[in-house]
Design a protein. Structure first.
Lengths: 64, 485
């Protein structure tokens, strides 16, 4: 058996799809568990969060 | 819409409206037990007995107690001999049993009522001192020693003291609010800053300037009386570290709380610790002194209301405070906010989570936007805190609405918070590639007993455990492998 260090991300399925798309550009996913869970490399967490944030931001519209 | 707004405007100007005063409950009626009582209960019997030697302390503690406890103390105060507990409990109705027992336990924890299961009698020291406090007499000077009239420097007027206390107190709050915005108004003294930091209300991230925390924002939502005690409790905790005598500190606070507003007191009878405290208390606006070396001091309203239910800050009069204690915010379904205030502190608080649009002499117009709420969330302010701030400070006119705040706005603020938390991350280890199903179940069971399993899948034969459990699980597997060989 093996133990792999990582970070478990719990998210909704939309975010999960964005994560998969981001993974195409720079691989960080260790294991794709199910629709709501994915394990990623621990030291990539903040980069992934930043990129995810930027991606989600594209989908919001502001009146300002 | 426009006409309604105008109506509200004219109502705020009319301060004599009777309905405005009753909307908010008094500061100490809402909490059943005073924050300080918890602190006192954690003190040793020795400390408390020394404290109870001072009549002013006993009177103050008495004032902090709940109505039922006060009633019990009053009943026992003039008794010369103890009453059997069975006799007292014969008077208690069945419904009253629970509150009665609660009160007894509070009094016994405060060592006012030692050993309430057998005989009821007040702590002798407490009894003597409280009798002193009520009947007068004694020359202990525990209620402070008034200074002689000074013809050269007349004592400050009550208005001057109120203005001073308010200015000091708002400096502290204002500093907390404007942290992180880059603009610093008046900085409170170093002592106050340390206190704010130690109480977790503000924090400095990697040596940068102090920033308000989530609990700091929660603090701003409390009424002034509770805020004051929150800071003083922290002060008491720090007093222990600074090797100050806790009894001296506490009794000085209690002494201040029984003093008369607008009167000068002499510093000559204060102990060394208490003289050192003068500087700190000046910073908080609790006392006023002409100069740091002055031989006299005057307590402000913040001091004299410490143990009473009267409002600690003047509510009527004074341009800066006319909206304190009553609502001033109108929130519309289109996320617009109209805040009828000219108080820089309140405007600064609003600025934490709304986008300002325009500002008039007595009105600020802004809107709750996604950006402004996101900024607030990033600062550790929660959606619930924003909503409860708006609820507490809603304009009396808003109180006719049911629900008070527009549901659309409430929901949206909560949704924005959820949006920020779309991804939850937990560090740990993924355990996979088990040799057999039995192996997998065996290890999984062990991990479940430790309560560290965050995710599992029997089909994939793997599970994810939190980082805390890893050392244990690894040890478990190693022992097992060693045992098999």
């Amino acid at each position: 058996m093996k133990a792999i260090k990582g970070v478990l991300l719990t998210c909704d399925s939309a975010v999960k799809q964005i994560l998969l798309a981001l993974n195409e550009k720079g691989s960080f996913i260790i294991e794709d568990l199910d629709d709501y869970h994915v394990v990623i490399k621990a030291d990539e967490e903040w980069r992934v969060r930043r990129e995810l944030e930027a991606e989600l931001e594209k989908n919001t519209y502001s009146l300002e | 819409m426009r006409r309604r707004r105008k109506g509200i405007y004219s109502r705020v100007k009319d301060k004599t409206m009777p309905g405005l005063q009753t909307s908010e409950p008094g500061p100490s009626t809402e909490s059943t037990s005073h924050a300080l009582l918890g602190f006192l209960q954690s003190q040793s019997q020795n400390t408390l007995t020394r404290l109870y030697q001072r009549p002013s302390s006993c009177l103050s503690v008495f004032r902090l107690l709940g109505p039922l406890e006060r009633q019990l103390v009053m009943n026992l105060l003039w008794m010369d001999s103890a009453i059997p507990a069975s006799m007292m409990s014969a008077w208690i109705t069945r419904e009253g049993r629970k509150p009665y027992e609660g009160s007894l336990s509070i009094l016994s924890k405060l060592h006012i009522l030692p050993n309430p299961t057998a005989k009821l009698a007040l702590n002798l020291t407490f009894k003597t001192s409280l009798r002193h406090a009520i009947t007068g007499g004694g020359t202990s000077g525990s209620f402070g020693v008034p200074a002689d009239r000074d013809s050269k420097h007349p004592s400050p007027s009550i208005e001057a003291l109120d203005t001073y206390a308010l200015e000091r107190w708002e400096t502290i709050l204002h500093y907390m609010v404007s942290s992180g915005s880059g603009r610093y108004p008046n900085r409170p003294s170093q002592g106050v800053l340390l206190l704010l930091q130690r109480s977790g209300l503000m924090t400095s991230v990697q040596g940068s300037a102090l920033q308000i925390t989530s609990s700091g924002f929660q603090f701003l939502l409390h009424p002034p009386h509770a805020q004051l005690w929150e800071l003083l409790l922290q002060y008491l905790h720090m007093a222990e570290e600074r090797q100050m005598d806790l009894v001296e500190v506490l009794s000085f606070l209690f002494m201040l709380s029984t003093m008369e507003l607008g009167r000068d007191y002499s510093v000559e009878h204060l102990s060394q610790t208490q003289t050192a405290m003068l500087e700190d208390l000046r910073d908080y606006g609790i006392i006023w002194q002409r100069r740091a070396s002055s031989r006299r001091f005057s307590p402000t309203r913040l001091a004299t209301t410490l143990t009473s239910s009267a409002p600690p800050l003047p509510t009527a009069g004074g341009a800066a405070s006319n909206t304190q204690g009553q609502g001033f915010i109108v929130l519309e379904t289109n996320y617009r906010i109209y805040a009828y205030t000219d108080n820089p502190l309140q405007i600064a608080v609003l600025n934490l989570f709304i986008t300002m649009k325009s500002r008039f002499p007595n009105l600020v117009v802004g809107a709750i936007t996604r950006e402004s709420v996101k900024k607030a969330l990033a600062n550790g302010i929660t959606a619930d805190q924003i909503i409860s701030y708006l609820t507490t400070h809603a304009h009396p006119q808003m109180r006719k609405n049911k629900p008070l705040l527009p549901v659309t706005v409430q929901d949206q603020v909560r949704l924005w918070e959820l949006e920020k938390n779309r991804v939850k991350s937990q560090e740990g280890y993924l355990y996979t590639a088990f040799a057999s199903q039995a192996d997998y179940e065996y290890v999984l069971n062990y991990a479940k007993q430790l309560d560290v399993v965050l995710w599992e899948s029997a089909a994939k034969r793997c599970f994810f455990g939190s980082i805390e459990g890893h050392a244990n699980i690894r040890g478990f597997i190693e022992r097992r492998t060693a045992g098999n060989v």
